[in-house]
Design a protein around this ligand. Structure first.
Ligand code: B12
Length: 214
């Protein structure tokens, strides 16, 4: 990694992004039936997949402006934007909710590049955080990729897959709490489970949960 990108990665990590995953854009674009990422048509295109565990919420929730329509998404976007503004690098930014013209499959991207394993209940499992993390955006750079290994971690191979019981239950029941139970049932990363407020906010978008208590 060159110096500018190392500086950028450090700054992103300081604001609570504990997932900063470098990948080669063409590795994702080789997948069938996904909306491809835009490319610069060079051999060294670098992508950085950004996300976080509960760390970002815990570190920043006191800065939230509940007057906004999407306070949490906006906070993430603004924090990253201000870092990019002071960086020499000017990557293209794609959020998880952007359509280009359809959604970029963040899950397949994370799976194919080795960040996490796409499990049988359609959620990614990260080696450390289990299902308790969120993917927020991708930064695309024209020429900064340096080859690296992409390990593949598959915790589901040796697991009894309790998530499938909850997944089938959620399909039948459909309540948001039943979908939370899918995440809770994964034996990996239990200590990274979100606080009640964070869970409640993510599944209901009710602004009364936008605080660190609980
Ligand atoms: C639209 C969307 C939704 C929609 C529809 C989801 C759906 N089932 O299609 C709604 C609003 C319902 C939703 C809910 C949730 N979502 Co959502 N969602 C997305 C989004 C923006 C696009 C997904 C998509 O349509 N991709 C296009 C298709 C073509 O891509 P795909 O990868 O090939 O398809 C995957 C999914 O569609 C899913 N899928 C496909 N068919 C089915 C069927 C069922 C029953 C389920 C459960 C999933 C599922 O698995 C596919 C991969 O195997 C992604 C972010 C992104 N850009 O990827 C987040 C994303 C997939 N969601 C995420 C999460 C966490 C959730 C929730 C668990 C929590 C929440 N945010 O409220 C709930 C789950 C409740 C539920 N019923 O599934 C995370 C997943 C992280 C992880 N660990 O895997 C993502 C990556 C967003 C993020 N910020 O991290 N989501």
């Amino acid at each position: 990694m060159n110096t500018s990108i190392k500086t950028l990665v450090n700054r992103l990590s300081n604001i609570g992004l504990d997932i900063i995953w470098p990948f080669q854009i063409k590795q994702y674009n080789q997948l069938e039936s996904v909306t491809p990422l835009p490319t610069f048509k060079t051999d060294q295109e670098l992508g950085l997949l950004l996300g976080f565990s509960k760390k970002f919420w815990d570190q920043n929730i006191q800065l939230i402006d509940p007057g906004k329509e999407n306070p949490f998404d906006d906070l993430v976007t603004e924090k990253v934007k201000s870092i990019l503004k002071s960086s020499k690098l000017k990557p293209r930014v794609i959020h998880y909710f952007d359509k280009c013209p359809d959604y970029i499959s963040f899950q397949k991207l994370a799976d194919i590049t080795g960040l996490a394993h796409l499990g049988p209940s359609h959620l990614l499992v990260h080696e450390k955080y289990g299902m308790w993390f969120s993917l927020r955006m991708i930064l695309l750079f024209e020429d900064l990729y340096t080859p690296q290994e992409s390990p593949h971690f598959d915790p589901c191979l040796s697991c009894e897959r309790p998530c499938l019981i909850e997944f089938n239950n959620a399909l039948e029941e459909g309540s948001w709490k039943s979908w939370v139970n899918v995440r809770k049932s994964c034996p990996v990363g239990k200590r990274w489970m979100y606080s009640d407020n964070q869970i409640n906010y993510h599944y209901t978008k009710d602004k009364k949960y936008l605080s660190s208590n609980n």
